[in-house]
Write a protein that binds this ligand. Structure first.
Ligand SMILES: [Zn+2]
Length: 301
């Protein structure tokens, strides 16, 4: 008798202890994109990009692009970093084929939470896959939350100066989604804290005011790097290669190099929005350069 195929079955949530805190990563959505080059490595050759993909045993022409927000439970507050795609593909014709629907709010239930339980929503930056899940039909998805934005990022979108052509629609979205939330928002800069043990870190480049977040509890450390790295091979092994979606490409390169050096030399664990699920790992530095190493059992001891 033939065995029937059951289809993909893969995890969507992961939770671990970080000192006195708990951290969860949640797969909001994932899409497949065509063309690794020139999406990555516009300042290299397509051959070089494809060779690096082959050397890492991944498809040289297509990539999987997951969106993985992080949830932090400090014991006092539930703090959500970024909100995924939300209903953007339902609400905007031009996004229908470009992005999958978000599942973050629904998947919180798998962790025992309701959207109403979220106390703080931190937006690392203003790109659609990070702000898209904030509202549903204009209503806040996390009705009891306060919001935290990077001040430089918020001001950039609000001022509407120097927004590149490819981000004009992004700017429209940002204004529509985020401005109504301003009354319940605070605006922070690198070095500021969101809660005790949670500090904003300058990661400007991919977005004009991108913030990473350093989380520390009982000596355990984790960096929520957001979109400092958008691919576990391309952005880590070749931080100098341009990424098409980086708003300031040279600043993004400098930020990746600075962050890689910090993460590798201090051996800080990483939660990174676009890494393969569960998007937890660390950065190894050897003579060959930097490399993303997925976690094994470090979080379980
Ligand atoms: Zn992103």
């Amino acid at each position: 008798m033939p065995a029937s195929m059951q289809g993909e079955l893969q995890p969507t949530i992961f939770r671990f202890k970080l000192g006195g805190f708990e951290v969860a990563t949640i797969l909001d959505s994932k899409g497949i994109r065509e063309g690794l080059s020139p999406l990555y490595g516009a300042n290299a050759s397509a051959d070089q990009v494809q060779a690096l993909a082959r050397a890492n045993n991944i498809d040289p022409n297509r990539l999987e692009h997951p969106n993985i927000p992080t949830l932090l439970n400090t014991g006092k507050e539930l703090i959500l970093f970024d909100t995924g795609n939300g209903f953007l593909p339902r609400d905007y014709e031009q996004l229908k084929t470009r992005m999958p629907m978000g599942n973050l709010a629904a998947r919180l239930a798998l962790l025992g939470h309701k959207p109403e339980d979220i106390d703080v929503v931190v937006l690392t930056h203003g790109h659609p896959d990070h702000i898209g899940g904030l509202v549903d039909g204009g209503r806040p998805v996390y009705p009891n939350a306060r919001y935290v934005f990077g001040a430089a990022e918020y001001d950039f979108w609000k001022k509407n100066e120097g927004v590149r052509e490819a981000r004009k629609f992004n700017r429209e979205l940002f204004v529509k989604i985020c401005e109504p939330l301003a009354e319940r928002s605070t605006f922070i800069k690198p070095g500021d804290t969101v809660a005790s043990g949670v500090t904003a870190v300058d990661a400007f480049g991919h977005a004009p005011g991108l913030l990473a977040f350093h989380i520390e509890s009982d000596g355990k450390r984790l960096m929520v790097t957001a979109d400092t790295f958008t691919h576990y091979v391309m952005a880590v092994q070749r931080p100098d290669w341009y990424f098409e979606m980086d708003d300031d490409k040279d600043k993004a390169v400098a930020t990746r190099q600075r962050m890689l050096d910090l993460l590798a030399s201090e051996r800080i664990f990483v939660a990174s929005f676009h890494m393969p699920f569960p998007a937890i790992g660390w950065i190894d530095k050897s003579a060959a350069g930097y490399r993303w190493v997925p976690h094994s059992y470090q979080m379980n001891l």
